[in-house]
Ligand binder design. Structure first.
Ligand SMILES: [Zn+2]
Length: 414
């Protein structure tokens, strides 16, 4: 079995790994790097029997339609992932047209991709060419999966994975099969998460401090926005909450795929309480009268957040609470560092209380080591991280398992 690394190895973004075994070629992910510049993976140079997508986030799915310009492999993912993926990919096409005048693919390629969709739930084996495959719940966002491939060797690819329960997603211990090779994400290989419950309490306390003001909560549209809404609601904050941007459609889709969330009934109640913002007038009223605004984009590089921020930047009754990872070079990361909002068109000082909270959907350092130890593969391949060579060395030392951190363009025989 050969694994070719087409992208997303020593970075977080443009994930793409080609697995060749028993005359069958499958692609694990085909993502895009968005920040600071668009980067796409290397093109696979073989005929593909299938593409597996672990979850909807664009760093894993963003370039899948590009493959359908060239060939027609089946697309294997969960039904929730396909719907959420379509939402993000349609937006990607729109934004590419607006900002660059062209995109790497068109709506036509997206429609074609959908024709080859082969849905599979968790924990059921299915055949792809001469390989067997199975999805396991990865508890990262609704619909997210790890992929097990059984051929001449057995490999497990974690995708983005979380191993603790959150307000949106449940976590159950998984009895993984024995594997020869584990390809693991490494996002938090260098960092531990703070205690989630304490972090929640800290957020709730802060939100209550601005009860009569404006609380801005920029979030990622898929997963995080709904997690924050659930967190507010289950901690007794139920009124005066607004949801803006793409997170609205994502919330509807997540509720539609209710089997993928921990408590669909509560999510339904939450979404009934939340006010969906549809017009500019509504936004202006919220700025005047106050409210808790959950809106895109998570790293402040687009979406309605900029509209709110411009209006309340000097309001002492307003605050900005960031709840997700801020990639270097993004307006969110710069704002945290300098106190200034800055993009191509704007630069202004933000005179608000700014706080950052950790509501990550990824396993932290300890959880990653625990997971690797539990699976106990013969070999570990570290991907999707900024420090994968260091992480591989640490795994070898701590767990005595052969570990690698390949770079883009490398291939590894398993
Ligand atoms: Zn992700």
């Amino acid at each position: 079995m050969i694994i070719e690394f087409l992208g997303g190895c020593r970075q977080i973004g443009r994930e793409a790994f080609l697995v060749k075994d028993k005359k069958t070629n499958v692609l694990l992910e085909y993502g895009v790097e968005l920040q600071p510049n668009i980067q796409i993976p290397l093109l696979p140079t073989v005929k593909l029997d299938g593409i597996f997508v672990t979850h909807a986030h664009l760093d894993h799915s963003g370039m899948v339609p590009l493959i359908y310009k060239i060939q027609n492999p089946n697309l294997y993912t969960t039904p929730a992932t396909l719907d959420l993926m379509n939402l993000l990919l349609e937006d990607y096409i729109k934004v590419a047209k607006l900002t660059r005048g062209f995109g790497e693919y068109t709506k036509h390629d997206l429609i074609k991709m959908n024709k080859y969709f082969r849905p599979h739930p968790y924990n059921q084996k299915f055949r792809v060419g001469n390989l067997h495959a199975e999805f396991f719940d990865a508890s990262h966002i609704p619909g997210s999966a790890s992929v097990f491939l059984d051929g001449s060797k057995k490999i497990l690819y974690t995708g983005d994975i979380n191993t603790v329960e959150t307000n949106l997603l449940s976590y159950k211990e998984i009895n993984y099969p024995r594997v020869d090779c584990l390809i693991t994400e490494s996002t938090y290989s260098e960092r531990e998460h703070p205690d989630r419950k304490l972090e929640e309490k800290r957020l709730i306390k802060k939100v209550l401090e601005y009860e009569h003001g404006t609380v801005l909560l920029p979030t990622f549209a898929v997963g995080r926005a709904q997690e924050i809404l659930m967190t507010l609601y289950t901690n007794g904050i139920k009124e005066n909450i607004y949801l803006d941007g793409m997170a609205q459609k994502a919330a509807d889709l997540i509720l539609y795929h209710k089997n993928y969330v921990k408590d669909a009934l509560t999510l339904k109640k939450v979404l009934k309480h939340v006010n969906f913002v549809r017009t500019r007038k509504q936004r202006d009223r919220i700025v005047r009268e106050g409210g808790i605004v959950v809106t895109t984009s998570g790293m402040l590089n687009g979406g309605p957040i900029l509209h709110y921020l411009k209006k309340v930047r000097d309001n002492k009754n307003a605050c900005l609470f960031i709840t997700g990872f801020q990639a270097p070079g993004t307006p969110g990361e710069k704002l945290l560092r300098t106190g200034y909002f800055e993009n191509d068109e704007n630069k202004f000082k933000v005179n608000l209380e700014i706080q950052k909270f950790d509501f990550s959907g990824h396993a932290g350092r300890k959880e990653l080591f625990d997971l690797i130890e539990k699976i106990s593969p013969k070999k570990v391949i570290c991907v999707h991280g900024d420090h994968t060579p260091k992480f591989a060395k640490e795994i070898e030392k701590k767990l005595n398992i052969e570990s690698l951190a390949p770079d883009v363009g490398d291939s590894v025989e398993v």
